[in-house]
Design a protein around this ligand. Structure first.
Ligand code: DP6
Length: 374
């Protein structure tokens, strides 16, 4: 049956790294200097919609600053309202370039899985995030993962065949995660979950003995970053601490994998604490030192330090896993069964603070595929 177009809606979560991707190898493709490891989130995510129309012989890609249909339809289920990303001209250019990249990649990847491409026509892209832009919650991770999946699905001649394979075939997800990495490195960890390790070109989910986790994000500020994480990747190499950073990060990665494997929350907490302090120390000691920290971030870290180093003696309660991304906000990861207790405790410690709450998730998913016949 000849179809005139397709509308695809997908959702991809953000992820929060405990071992950080910070520092890239020379060359294109966002290959990391060291391995990294993250927890995939769920509702802190990007909705992406791609409409591919074949009414014309064109192959234009347009970013449309409107909310995707599914973001509007599902507004009642969202932890936080979906918002349009504030894209600069270069941000729009990155979206368009990545759309072309994924479209090209389908001709190589699809045949491996017996899928046929149909990638002609004009593409319209709409996206929305469920968290404040540029707040240090990795919006580029969820945005590029969502865009990658939506464009790939839109290029499938048999949309249902692609959707079924996406849900069942981990290799297919990994192939597109590698393409996504070329748009934004950390996005390659948003295709699986909950725990994902990224080394070299590809990322893979880990089997662990960890309890189900919840991320409580203490929002200190949500103004745009002064230094983008892409710029930070370059600056860190000018720090005297960069020497042996790669060895330290890779060794911490091994220790973290072992701790996750054992379900050893105490060690996970200690390792995550050292790692984010080290990443921020690289920022603070680069040739032109810069910082993402605000006064509120330091106040929170001081209060939480006693919980991390001296967990409550009175019960079997484990310490929280605390980390910060390239932003001022503090992520407190705790077992989901203890999340409401931790939330009340944090609200008492930091009155008036806004807390975003999300649980662990399993990666980018297809929400709707609709053939457009008129
Ligand atoms: C601090 O993935 O945003 O969040 O590859 O240039 O797009 P690009 O960088 P990006 O870097 C994120 C770095 C980080 C740490 C992490 O998520 O591992």
């Amino acid at each position: 049956m000849s179809q005139l177009g397709v509308r695809v809606s997908v959702k991809a979560p953000s992820n929060i790294a405990l071992i950080k991707y910070m520092g890239k190898r020379d060359g294109d493709g966002n290959l990391p200097e060291n391995g990294s490891l993250s927890l995939t989130l769920d509702s802190l995510c990007t909705f992406a919609e791609v409409v591919r129309s074949q009414h014309s012989s064109g192959s234009d890609v347009t970013w449309v600053p409107e909310l995707p249909l599914e973001a509007r339809r599902r507004s009642d289920e969202l932890v936080s309202p979906a918002r349009l990303p504030e894209l600069s001209d270069s941000g729009v250019f990155k979206v368009i370039r990545h759309t072309e990249r994924v479209r090209e990649a389908t001709s190589k990847i699809f045949p491996k899985y017996g899928l046929k491409c149909s990638k002609n026509g004009n593409f319209e892209i709409r996206t929305a995030n469920t968290f404040p832009a540029a707040s240090g919650i990795a919006s580029s991770a969820s945005s590029f993962a969502a865009l990658t999946l939506a464009v790939a699905q839109a290029c499938a001649e048999e949309p249902l065949q692609f959707r079924t394979l996406w849900e069942r075939n981990m290799e297919l997800r990994r192939d597109f995660s590698e393409i996504s990495r070329q748009g934004s490195g950390s996005s390659c960890r948003s295709f699986e979950g909950p725990w994902v390790c990224w080394e070299g070109a590809s990322a893979r989910a880990l089997t662990t003995r960890m309890p189900e986790m919840t991320d409580l994000v203490l929002l200190v500020a949500s103004h745009p970053k002064r230094v983008s994480s892409s710029e930070a990747h370059g600056w860190v190499k000018t720090s005297p601490l960069w020497n042996e950073r790669v060895e330290r990060a890779n060794s911490r990665l091994k220790q973290l994998q072992a701790a996750l494997d054992e379900g050893d929350l105490q060690s996970v907490s200690t390792l995550a604490w050292s790692e984010f302090w080290e990443m921020h120390s690289l920022f603070h000691t680069s040739q032109n030192p810069f910082s993402y920290w605000e006064a509120g971030s330091i106040q929170i870290l001081q209060a939480l330090s006693s919980w991390v180093s001296h967990p409550s003696q009175s019960s079997s309660e484990k310490p929280p896993v605390v980390t910060m991304d390239a932003g001022p906000n503090v992520h407190v990861l705790v077992p989901t069964v203890e999340a409401s207790r931790w939330r009340s405790r944090l609200e008492d410690l930091f009155p008036g603070i806004e807390i975003l709450e999300d649980r662990q998730g399993s990666g980018a998913e297809i929400l709707e595929v609709e053939k457009l016949n008129s």
